[in-house]
Ligand binder design. Structure first.
Ligand code: URA
Length: 277
């Protein structure tokens, strides 16, 4: 294997930056400085060091993570726990989250060290669908649903959102549905909301603008109090993953995500860990 490929795949840097590192004499193979990026090495037998630290070639890594509320979708944060803090016994060097969920949003998040995979899922032109379950204060009339489905203005100087899918599950008054809504902390501070309408449902979008689901629902008068991403590109959050747990993404799932050809698994609520009663 070429030295620059080895270094890039071990997340030392991009193919371009690792070539520079090699030319600058920062890379040692078996105690010898190598300045030729194209040199062939044996990824198992040879000992490669970058800035005196041994480089472990992990290959490409893909994880499915059940993000809990309260942690930041970032590699590092000075104040808060990050999604990477949940990964134990895993080489997190070069691992990064694919897209981002707000601190208070739960659900499906992929982490990888593969830039192409990230691009495939995040690039707006690919129209990869992300499905969210929500609880919100407010009500949705048929006109609002049509606006969500066809495109809605969610901010000055922003284009209309791309077509989305909305499916309402529950509608009623807070006092009727409160036992199904896991928003105790929020409601304790706002007792006057007791007589307000609440709504739950799925919103499926194919973009990834900041706070997009919350802003789309706000634009039709619904204030999101709980949000969970349940699928990306048709891959469901694994129901066996508790909040804060992760597992390796299977070959079949990776293929499906890359091809973006629809749904694997069922869209049943039970699988998404959602109680519809
Ligand atoms: N939309 C939001 O508003 N928040 C998220 O975390 C993800 C999508």
């Amino acid at each position: 294997m070429r030295l620059d490929k080895f270094l890039a795949e071990a997340s030392v840097g991009t193919r371009k930056t690792v070539r520079t590192y090699v030319k600058e004499g920062k890379v040692i193979v078996n105690d010898q400085v190598i300045v030729e990026p194209a040199v062939q090495i044996d990824p198992i037998a040879d000992v490669v060091k970058y800035l005196s630290k041994e480089v472990i070639h992990t290959g490409k890594l893909y994880y499915m993570f059940h993000k809990p509320a309260g942690c930041i979708t970032a590699r590092k944060d000075a104040k808060s726990k990050t999604v990477l803090d949940y990964f134990e016994n895993v080489n997190i060097n070069g691992l990064f989250p694919v897209g981002r969920l707000d601190k208070d949003t739960e659900g499906l998040l992929f982490l990888t060290n593969d830039g192409d995979f990230n691009h495939q899922l995040m690039c707006p032109e690919k129209h990869v669908e992300k499905k969210y379950f929500f609880w919100a204060f407010g009500a949705l009339h048929s006109e609002d649903k049509k606006r969500l489905e066809t495109g809605i203005c969610i901010g000055e100087d922003e284009t209309l959102t791309k077509p989305a899918k909305i499916e309402v599950l529950k509608e009623g008054m807070y006092h009727e549905l409160k036992n199904e809504m896991d928003i105790g902390k929020f409601i304790n501070k706002k007792k006057n909301l007791y007589e307000q309408s609440v709504i739950s449902g799925y919103l499926t979008i194919s973009e990834g603008r900041k706070h997009q689901v919350k802003r789309m629902l706000k634009a039709v008068g619904c204030y999101v109090v709980y949000l969970k991403r349940i699928s990306i590109g048709g891959i469901m959050l694994d129901k066996s993953l508790e909040k804060g747990e992760y597992r390796v993404v299977t070959e079949q799932e990776i293929q499906k995500l890359i091809e973006n050809q629809g749904c694997i698994g069922s869209w049943q609520d039970e699988e998404a860990g959602i109680n519809r009663n």
